[in-house]
Design a protein around this ligand. Structure first.
Ligand SMILES: [Zn+2]
Length: 290
């Protein structure tokens, strides 16, 4: 078998999965036959491809997400996968950018000032405690501390909190986007659209964080529009998939978001009260008993 065109006829053992094959790509796992050592050129091309490639690049996906979000998601659900950057890695990526922006622009300082206010309020509560000596005042100050802890937790774990509330978004969208759509689409398919709409919301938060460098007031007032942006993002991502009109999708998205806030509020309050009853009340009782 001495052949002069060796590339196509020689059998190669795939270095990724071990399959023996002929040709340029492994038929089992798709890895290329040629695998040289890593070079800086490879790293550079790889990074560049991740951002600007039309074949699953971040920039191409973002462009489509903002120009034709509904169409893009329908395409992805129907099977056009390679062209677009996967939704959850994309969400992680944008959240990382947001966290970086938090520390670069110092927009987190604003949150720190809220904490300071709470600590101050707590101290005021304590001075009252000295004057009155009542246990309710002390309870109130402990409660302030707890709210402070909750806010700190929320900010330190922004990524985790966002990811944790995704199942809640799944629940509220499935509750409001119609029975036929609930039957037509899997939960996972709803999650794809939710993840991409979250990317849009996180990017808006990035913009708020950037704006903080130029004008604190503009940045603050932009924060008020976050719920509106969430509704807009959900509407843009879900409309085509649901087959609703823009008005109907927007209206249902508002109802879904209201339900989301109600549930989130109840959950947070329950956790807060539970922690208060389990951790703080016994301490207060003990202190008062002595
Ligand atoms: Zn292989």
């Amino acid at each position: 078998m001495a052949n002069d065109t060796q590339s196509n006829t020689t059998t190669i053992k795939c270095l990724n999965c071990g399959t023996e094959f002929q040709g340029n790509f492994c038929p089992e796992c798709g890895q290329a036959a040629e695998t040289g050592r890593f070079t800086m050129k490879f790293i550079y091309e790889n990074l560049l491809a991740a951002f600007i490639s039309k074949d699953g690049g971040i920039w191409f996906t973002l462009k489509n997400l903002f120009i034709r979000p509904g169409e893009m998601i329908v395409e992805i659900l129907k099977g056009k996968r390679r062209s677009y950057f996967s939704p959850f890695p994309m969400l992680f990526f944008t959240l990382t950018v947001l966290i970086l922006l938090f520390s670069i622009t110092g927009s987190r300082e604003d949150i720190k000032s809220i904490e300071q206010e709470i600590i101050k309020a707590e101290k005021d509560g304590k001075t009252e405690l000295v004057v009155n000596g009542s246990s309710t005042e002390k309870g109130r100050s402990e409660f302030f501390k707890l709210i402070g802890h909750t806010i700190t937790f929320y900010n330190n774990h922004y990524t985790a909190v966002t990811m944790l509330t995704i199942p809640l978004f799944l629940f509220v969208t499935r509750a409001w986007y119609g029975k036929t759509n609930r039957k037509r689409y899997y939960r996972a398919e709803y999650l794809i659209a939710i993840a991409y709409s979250m990317v849009m919301v996180v990017l808006y938060r990035c913009l708020i964080s950037l704006m903080y460098m130029f004008s604190r007031n503009v940045s603050d007032s932009m924060s008020n529009f976050v719920p509106l942006v969430i509704v807009a993002a959900l509407t843009a991502c879900f409309r085509k998939m649901l087959g609703f009109s823009i008005t109907k999708t927007a209206w249902r998205s508002i109802l879904a978001l209201v339900l989301y806030y109600i549930i989130l509020g109840i959950v947070l309050l329950s956790i807060l009260i539970l922690v208060f009853l389990i951790v703080y009340v016994p301490i207060i009782k003990q202190k008062n008993g002595v």
